[in-house]
Design a protein around this ligand. Sequence first.
Ligand code: SAM
Ligand code: SF4
Length: 329
Amino acid sequence: MIDPFGRTVSYLRVSVTDRCDFRCTYCMAENMTFLPKKDLLTLEEMNRLCSAFISKGVRKIRLTGGEPLVRKNIMFLVRELGRHVHSGGLDELTVTTNGSQLARYADELYDCGVRRINVSLDTLDPAKFKAITRWGDFSKVMEGIDAAQKAGLKIKLNAVALKDLNAAEIPEMIRFAHGRGMDLTVIETMPMGEIEEDRTDHYLPLSELRADLESEFTLADIPYKTGGPARYVEVKETGGRLGFITPMTHNFCESCNRVRLTCTGTLYMCLGQNDAADLRTALRASESDEYLYAAIDEAISRKPKGHDFIIDRQHRKPAVARHMSVTGG
Ligand code: SAM
Ligand code: SF4
């Protein structure tokens, strides 16, 4: 699949549910209205959709959400998609999770062919963790990380950089992650979906964070890539890798290789734009995949050049109305 700007689309991110057992302040409002259950694709339908994308050239699938591991029977989908990893049809099947259910699922994930996962963790302080996630239990996430490492899963930690909340803690998080053989990636807050607070209050440009870190660490740019938008440095003092994802200060769209599928079968061709394609109708129109392939081709032909996120005091409205939990980040 090649889009109008010559970019090959080989990466599909699938939000398997918009629901979550946390309510991170930058991601969701506390009283969220979720999609009616009747609108969701079944896991069998998601499997068929993902398989169609694999036939059309997708080499990497990431399951995300909402919290992917709270969707009922999610391991059915993981196991089905894992078959493509075992057969060589897919290079990688990965998951982005808040870690709350990892203690329960880590072994099974590994068994299904998952080798790397991303765990979102913004702080190592249990009280701050509660303040940021509202409903999360820090000790459960730590147990999950332990279980995942024991199962043989490689973990990358993702932290959203939040001014006055976790910025001062990033050095400690670097030492923690690298001490346990995990990469750490820091992410800028993106203006997606209405939340209770004002995002400008906590927005921290990573250029500032990097400058601060450089007073304590020696950071060397390295060409390491994981197929995502992160730019990596090696931290000389720890020997570990630190990634920066900077959608706000540096637009990374020119190398975008991905599209995003929601749990209702809507395909977003860009995280930061509203244009979307309905694949559910094509999926349900026929048992054979011909309509689906046509709908996918048509969607890819509309992939936009990029997004234009802005966070400042003049732009108080989110750039896109949907929350990150709909498209999974
Ligand atoms: N629940 C899972 C988790 O937290 O890892 C998967 C879904 S979550 C939406 C995916 C990632 O998006 C998380 O790392 C989260 O921190 C990040 N995220 C959520 N809202 C965001 C926002 N407005 N700006 C930047 N990152 C955000
Ligand atoms: Fe849930 Fe992940 Fe959003 Fe936090 S960031 S509320 S864990 S979907």
